[in-house]
Design a protein around this ligand. Structure first.
Ligand code: KDG
Ligand code: MG
Length: 404
């Protein structure tokens, strides 16, 4: 007789930052974990899961993964969107985790086995000025990493998203409302190419340099930045323009050969389709948790493979170690998977989610535990209650809002 899902738990907690975790338990006692964290909107996904999805899962066969995905996606008139897709993603991750544990296989084996021995990753380096940035770059190089995202302060701006004056950084600030900051594209464009050229001069060739513009430039500004960075030989330039204005990237492409990455805010294959089919990007950045889980993101990767686009999923601290595990299993088993972002986590997060995935010689490894290979340390995980935290909002000097 097929096993059935008996218990659905939605756990909202804050082991140093907020996470939403789905835990499914079957009648046979198999536990599957899913990540449902949407930064700054955690409680909405938790409610969606608790009120609308959880009750539908009780009594279902956990082995019917694709059918459950289709049921939760097509069975709802109101499709797509970050909240619903993260909820479906969490269920999908938990079901794959259960399948892995039932069969005693790590997920990468169920995806067809390894196509690579180790997965390339990139780390974050930031600094208010070039010397501070180079200190962080050097620390990553010393630790064996060879791809680094570089972000820097900008003269004339008080704060810059992605950059802290401290040595640690968390994108979301704990407060009842988002902080507000001023962004000045001209000041940024005047300063940033010189900073990144300075990093290249310091590290020499052979180190992948990445930079994230957080969707804040106009198409022609983005083209100017891409062109200015051509001598540096970037690994990629990320999120140069607002992700939903997809033809903007056509203009950027006409002006520069700097590789382009976008898509961390996408949640379905239909968000990615135009950019991939028209080869307007080089890397698709959708995250496993936000793009409907393993079952759906594999279709995005397959579409990308057809059109010569590579997969490079989002991996900041708000993508929990559960979702990162899924990405790493996919990464070693997917041919066109280029690189996995690994921002890293505070130590308390590692302890709250003990995981088999690990870093070895500057690369990521999924480990060989069955399923996703992540557990929940209940005591630590639930010790700290959710506290509202938001990404900052940026305004131009005239007061209007920039994009993300
Ligand atoms: O929740 C959003 C942040 O994680 C995001 O802004 C970080 O852009 C980011 C990245 O590439 O990691
Ligand atoms: Mg980004």
């Amino acid at each position: 007789m097929a096993d059935v899902i008996e218990k659905v738990e939605v756990l909202v907690s804050s082991p140093s930052r907020n996470y939403v975790t789905l835990r499914l338990t079957t009648r046979d006692g198999i536990v599957g974990l899913g990540d449902a964290t949407v930064n700054g909107r955690e409680l909405s996904v938790a409610a969606y899961l608790r009120d609308h999805v959880g009750p539908l899962l009780i009594g279902r066969d956990p082995g019917r993964i694709e059918d459950t995905w289709q049921y939760l996606y097509r069975g709802v008139y109101w499709r797509r969107g970050p909240i619903g897709m993260a909820a479906i993603g969490a269920v999908d991750l938990a079901l794959w985790d259960i399948l892995g544990k039932r069969t005693g296989q790590p997920l990468y084996a169920l995806f067809g086995g390894r196509v690579r021995d180790r997965l390339a990753t990139y780390r974050h380096a930031f600094g208010w000025d070039l010397p501070a940035l180079l200190d962080q770059v050097d620390a990553h190089l010393d630790a064996g990493f060879t791809n680094i995202r570089v972000q820097s302060g900008v003269p004339g701006l008080e704060v810059v998203y992605g950059v802290s004056r401290e040595t640690v950084y968390e994108p979301a600030g704990r407060a009842a409302a988002p902080a507000e900051e001023i962004f000045d594209a001209e000041a940024y464009l005047r300063h940033m190419p010189g900073v990144i050229a300075g990093v290249r001069e310091h590290v020499g060739e052979g180190v992948g340099l990445l930079h994230d513009a957080h969707h804040r430039l106009t198409p022609i500004q983005a083209a100017r930045l891409g062109k200015a960075l051509e001598p540096v030989g970037m690994f990629w330039l990320e999120d140069v323009t607002p992700a939903e204005d997809q033809d903007a990237l056509r203009l950027v492409r006409q002006h520069t050969t700097t590789p382009l990455a976008i898509g961390e805010v996408f949640n379905t294959i239909w968000d990615c389709q135009y950019l991939i089919q028209n080869r307007l990007i080089d890397y698709i950045r959708a995250a496993v948790v936000h793009a409907g889980g393993i079952s759906h993101i594999r279709k995005i990767f397959a579409l990308a493979e057809v059109h010569g686009v590579q997969a490079a999923p989002h991996g900041p601290s708000d993508v929990s170690p559960i979702s990162l595990a899924a990405s790493i299993h996919l990464g070693v088993a997917t041919h066109n998977f280029a690189i996995q972002e690994y921002m890293g986590y505070p130590e308390r997060v590692h302890q709250a989610f003990p995981h088999a995935w690990h870093v070895a010689e500057g690369h990521l490894q999924p480990g060989d535990e069955p399923g996703l290979g992540v557990e929940l340390n209940d005591e630590l995980h639930s010790a700290d209650d959710y506290e509202a935290a938001y990404l900052p909002i940026a305004r131009r000097r005239d007061g209007t809002l920039t994009d993300w």
